[in-house]
Design a protein around this ligand. Sequence first.
Ligand SMILES: [Zn+2]
Ligand SMILES: [Zn+2]
Length: 129
Amino acid sequence: MKSEPMMNYTDLSTPDSFRFVFRCDRCGAGVPSERYLFSTKEFLEPLHEDVRALLWTRQHDEAYERASGEAPTDFNRCPVCGRRVCDECFALSPEVAEVGTDMCVDCKKLWETVVQTAGHRFGGAAGKG
Ligand SMILES: [Zn+2]
Ligand SMILES: [Zn+2]
């Protein structure tokens, strides 16, 4: 098992199907997963309610595993703060390449502030006319 932190998500599962909406940690934009159907067709007998509930819980867990395994492809993991953010919240601009990694826009802002502060301190302003 990977020890990825749990993503933000909304559970849209119903008694008949499973679906999850995974959310950007920054802006909350949602990406819905596939819809997985609850299936009891391998059982010929009508199921007792408790058995059905158990099966539902099991299939729900499996559906979540699958959905959460696919969801990260829609999100970017910020290596600085560890949040999973949508493309809108992820800085892929060329200047970020200078630090050797991409990061979320919040961390990028912070980084830019640090760089600007450092730039002033190390006297970059002179020489331009
Ligand atoms: Zn976002
Ligand atoms: Zn970040």
